[in-house]
Design a protein around this ligand. Structure first.
Ligand code: ASP
Ligand code: MG
Length: 423
């Protein structure tokens, strides 16, 4: 008996059948004596379809209106889910993000949660109802406008609510049985992890693993809230995201690599012929930061002494590519660089594992397997528990498979992907 927050992703509620199946699961959790709060995503590929629709009426949809449009997706699923639960004889009340007290910054399309004041949710559950909350959305108190948290943001809604309500656990239901050693859509022999630490999960999510939203993991770590990632299509135990691997989990002691993530959503910008002077990089990256654009890897070459010029390359989300090149073109005269190159045909491949700290040779094995697979490395970046490389996008999946077997991560059987396009 406790307070459980459950989050169901779009593929779990893709159609009426899915909504009914999920409703039955929620009712079973309630019947077991728990208080239940549910966060739901938009049905199936609704969010993608709404974005496509917006792009058909204008090449550059206004941020406020796009958020207004996209939040409608979660409104549809939350109301239908509440109806399906009530059809099973239990009371359910649905709430928009704003009604649930999810307060955010004003940055449309990538708002951050500032605070959660879930008084209406507490009231509903203390009166014995099941509360259903629209994921991925909130409200800014200054502008009074509706905001969204960025793609996949419903996970973050769920964890933020769970923290604010002091829930016992946050269960994230998805279309696979947990967190795998690689995306099972790419590597069918990927294995399900029993546990993964916040630290590893943060690196995996930041490196493109879509199973959990990055900010949801940051939140969970901050509040030390356990997340149980599992499938809404089976009753199997999933993956626990926790502070430390449990003692005596010998599988885990041996694993150097927890998982391999890949990401096709980034582009590479190269600023050619940058004057090699103090303050130039600061000027460039401050300008980009002022536009609220997050960059990822950065590489600067040593300047050839004779020219006094250097090249700087960095990666960033493709969705920020057009704005970034526009900004850089604006400061070209002042900074004095020669030209800009934009490349959106790159892929990022990352190895993540806490065990890397104490195991030399991981990099050598990784690079050897990429070379055997005939893959050229364009950029490299590392953290204590991660190595990432950039390669051509068409080589990416080949690289994931090669690294997965080079580090002996292949499981006996095949992972089940129950639904979803992975889109
Ligand atoms: N529906 C939103 C999306 O597809 C939010 C989510 O699914 O978490 O990105
Ligand atoms: Mg979704």
């Amino acid at each position: 008996m406790g307070l459980i927050v459950q989050k169901y992703g779009g593929s779990s509620v893709a159609d009426a059948e899915g909504l009914k199946r999920v409703a039955a699961r929620i009712v079973a959790t309630k019947k077991a004596g728990n208080q239940v709060v549910v966060v739901v995503s938009a049905m199936g590929d609704t969010t993608d379809e709404l974005i496509d629709l917006a792009n058909q009426v204008t090449p550059l949809p206004n941020g406020r209106e796009l958020d207004m449009l996209l939040t409608a997706g979660e409104r549809i699923s939350m109301a239908l889910l509440a109806m399906a639960i009530s059809n099973l004889g239990h009371e359910a009340r649905s709430f928009t993000g704003s009604q649930a007290g999810v307060l955010t910054t004003s940055a449309h399309g990538k708002a951050r949660i500032i605070d959660v004041k879930p008084s209406r949710i507490s009231e509903a559950i203390s009166e014995g109802a099941i509360a259903i909350v629209a994921g991925f959305q909130g409200i800014n108190q200054d502008t009074k406008d509706v905001t969204t948290l960025g793609r996949g943001g419903s996970d973050t809604t769920a964890v933020a609510l769970a923290a604010a309500l002091e829930a016992d656990v946050c269960e994230i239901y998805t279309d696979v049985d947990g967190v795998y050693s690689a995306d099972p859509r790419v590597v069918p022999s990927a294995q399900k992890l029993k546990t993964v630490t916040y630290e590893e999960m943060l690196e995996l999510a930041a490196s493109g693993a879509k199973v959990l939203h990055l900010r949801c993991v940051e939140y969970a770590r901050r509040y030390d809230l356990p997340i149980h990632v599992r499938s809404s299509f089976s009753n199997q135990e999933g993956t626990w995201v926790v502070k430390d691997h449990p003692e005596g989990d010998s599988d885990m002691e041996q694993a150097i690599i927890a998982g391999i993530a890949h990401d096709k959503s980034e582009a590479k910008v190269t600023i050619v012929g940058v004057p090699d002077r103090t303050g130039v990089a600061a000027r460039i990256f401050q300008t980009i930061a002022d536009a609220d654009i997050n960059i990822d890897m950065i590489v600067q070459n040593v300047s050839a002494a004779a020219t006094g010029l250097t090249d700087i390359s960095f990666t960033l989300p493709k969705s920020d590519g057009a704005e970034t090149t526009a900004i850089l073109n604006r400061i070209q005269g002042e900074v004095g660089f020669a030209s800009l190159q934009y490349d959106d045909q790159i892929g990022k491949l990352s190895l993540v594992g806490a065990g890397m700290r104490s195991h030399p040779g991981v990099t050598a094995t990784f690079f050897a397997c990429l070379s055997e697979a005939g893959i050229n490395i364009e950029m490299i970046s590392t953290s204590e528990i991660r190595i990432s490389i950039i390669c051509r996008v068409e080589d990416l999946e080949k690289g994931v498979k090669a690294a997965h077997s080079a580090f002996d991560l292949d499981a006996e059987g095949e992972a089940v992907v129950y639904a979803g396009s992975g889109r």
